[in-house]
Design a protein around this ligand. Structure first.
Ligand code: NAD
Length: 251
């Protein structure tokens, strides 16, 4: 019960990595605020948590919309009496690769508004509640694409690099409030979000072959690092990025 009675907001909790984190956080004792674009998926996450004996609130919010996030944070505070943890996981990850010259300005703006601005707006909405608590934990989900480069995903990889710059800067601003801000950068992880990439011949084999640990990465592989960075055990660690990819990007 490493997160016992903590209130954790997890964006993009309707499926994939976000859902796995939401379930694991509930098992670790947290009260979970599961945020996603649409019901029913995020309501199902909350239902699963309740069925396992945990406490959860499902909130429909678009992380690229400030008003949605302010209302989400108010609802979380009403339900659970504060906010301790924010996992910025929501992103558009399901992207058909294409050469950078073919990426339109609209596609670039859309990815940036969800994957990067969404992290900024979520932090703004949640910060007042962490400040009141006198402590807080923010974990931003980046991506190994930032370290490796990802041909065909120029907008996605750029947004995820931005998340790391954002993390480092915000950690310096919020340390005075005992709020830690860290990133976790997953490698290629089997979720619905990468189904079109996974369908590309050779991608699955290539991602396994280049790892030190030669197997597929699953959402559950990310839980240890994310729980650690959300728990009291990491109170003196901030501004860092933990790469969880089975040993691809070494630095
Ligand atoms: N799967 C991978 O290989 C991989 C690798 C590196 C990083 N990541 C990152 O991990 C995170 C989760 O990825 P995933 O594979 O589970 O993706 P996914 O597509 O399976 O799930 C993403 C969730 O975010 C939600 N979402 C999307 N836009 C949203 C918005 N505007 N507002 C609220 N919710 C929104 C979706 O509805 C979905 O439920 C993302 O940040 C992704 O970039 C994934």
């Amino acid at each position: 019960m490493r997160l016992k009675d903590k209130v954790a907001v997890i964006t993009g909790a309707g499926r994939g990595i976000g859902k796995a984190v939401a379930l694991a956080f509930a098992d670790a004792g947290a009260n979970v605020v599961a945020v996603d674009l649409a019901f029913p998926p995020v309501e199902e996450t909350a239902d699963e948590i309740r069925a396992r004996g945990g406490r959860a609130l499902a909130v429909r919010a678009d992380v690229s919309k400030s008003d949605d996030l302010v209302k989400m944070a108010e609802a979380a505070n009403r339900e659970f009496g504060g906010i301790d943890i924010l996992i910025n996981n929501a992103a558009i990850a399901d992207i058909k690769p294409k050469p950078f010259l073919e990426v339109t300005e609209e596609e670039w703006d859309k990815i940036m508004s969800v994957n990067l601005k969404g992290v900024f707006l979520s932090c703004k909405a949640v910060f007042p509640y962490m400040k009141t608590r006198g402590k807080g934990k923010i974990v931003n989900i980046s991506s190994g694409t930032h370290f490796l480069g990802a041909p065909g995903l120029i907008h996605y990889a750029s947004s995820k690099g931005g998340v790391i710059g954002f993390t480092r800067t915000l950690s310096r601003e919020l340390g005075q409030f005992e709020i830690t801000v860290n990133s976790v950068a997953p490698g290629f992880t089997i979720t619905e979000g990468v189904s079109s990439l996974l369908a590309t011949p050779g991608v699955d084999e290539m991602t396994v072959a280049r790892r030190s640990i030669k197997r597929r990465q699953m959402p559950e592989d990310l839980i240890g690092a994310i729980v650690f960075l959300s728990s009291d055990e990491s109170d003196f660690i901030t501004g860092q990025t933990v790469v969880v990819d089975g040993g691809v990007a070494l630095h």
